[in-house]
Design a binder for this molecule. Structure first.
Ligand code: FAD
Length: 293
């Protein structure tokens, strides 16, 4: 059923990178909710596996001295939803995680696996993109940091070199401070379905709550990888809170996206959902931020 030739269980990050160096063709497995499906389908027949499942040091959400939220990549969807720090500063990430799969999946699937698989429909990816996450990547050569915007290279492809392990997802303080977000997953049914479109919106309002100082809109499935709607974001900056801004968001996002037709939905239908989720997501984020219509 699961055809693998060896399983190496890392005991520390250092041990994991050593194992990756010693077994360069081995497949890294975190929660295993993507990898084990592939194995079951025979797509990784005979592979060696390196498991990081026991690395509790990669399973915490903490705050760095500079105020950045440090999310361990082994943090499960359920853990993200229940994290007091995320609930306080970035509840939208836990809400996005809560839309993934069912309860079993949410207790095993990880936030790191959700971006390292390079999949555009990944439910937490658009929120990580919307908050300009920085990624800490460790290998036998040391540690490097990169923006999540440079991480996606194409469908199923990310900028991890052989021997590299994602060891932290960092949300800079300026990304979440005074910022209120909202995530909408549009899927063909409510339970256990992959997003037809995922839309994560967040806003910072002026002190009097009457002006949009900053808006961020990110999508899953609006293109080959999770992406930002930069034209819409630029158009919204400085707009008064009101119906005109909502309409503007719905129109401007269409300049940024490139959805495709698949068996799930046509490109035209996806564009309609992209506009609608921008409008609804922006309205909800503004209301959470204390703005009124
Ligand atoms: C029934 C079912 C329903 C699902 N529903 C959803 C859904 O609704 N929404 C959704 O977004 N996803 C869904 N998924 C997909 C999957 O659960 C998620 O993508 C999950 O986040 C993957 O995390 P994992 O730890 O299980 O990944 P794994 O399977 O362990 O790994 C996935 C990939 O990431 C790599 N990887 C993992 N961690 C690291 C790391 N720290 N450093 C470097 N590489 C790493 C692995 O090598 C592998 O290539 C579903 C899967 C199943 C089986």
């Amino acid at each position: 059923m699961y055809d693998f030739s060896a399983l190496y269980e890392a005991t520390s990050v250092q041990n994991a990178v050593e194992l990756m160096q010693a077994h360069p063709s081995a497949v890294l497995i975190a929660g295993g909710s993507d990898v084990l499906i592939k194995m079951r389908e025979g797509r990784l027949a005979g592979a060696e596996l390196i498991s990081i499942f026991k690395l509790d040091e990669l399973r915490e959400v903490t705050m760095d001295p500079d105020g950045a939220l440090r999310i361990g990549p082994m943090t499960s969807f359920a853990h993200a939803t229940n994290s007091p720090l995320l609930q306080q500063y970035m509840p939208v990430l836990g809400e996005a995680a809560d839309t993934a799969g069912g309860p079993q999946l949410r207790s095993i699937g990880t936030l790191g696996g959700n971006i390292c698989n390079g999949v555009t429909s990944a439910d937490t990816a658009s929120t990580q993109v919307a908050y300009d996450a920085m990624l800490e990547i460790t290998s036998a050569n040391g540690m490097r940091k990169m923006s999540i915007h440079d991480f996606y290279k194409g469908p199923g492809k990310v900028a991890l070199e052989p021997g590299e392990l994602l060891t932290a997802i960092l949300i800079p303080k300026e990304s979440y401070e005074n910022c209120y977000g909202y995530y909408i997953k549009y899927a063909m049914r409510n339970a256990m379905d992959i997003a037809t479109i995922g839309c994560s919106v967040n806003v910072v309002l002026s002190e009097d709550k009457k002006t949009i100082q900053r808006a961020r809109i990110a999508y899953g499935v609006a293109g080959p990888v999770p992406m930002r709607a930069k034209t819409a974001e630029a158009a919204l900056a400085g707009q008064p809170v009101g119906e005109a801004a909502i309409t503007l968001a719905g129109d401007e996002v269409l300049k940024d996206v490139n959805p495709r037709t698949s068996w799930r939905a046509s490109a035209d239908f996806r564009k309609q959902i992209i506009s609608e989720t921008a409008r609804r997501g922006l309205r909800a984020a503004i209301e959470r931020a204390g703005g009124a219509f």
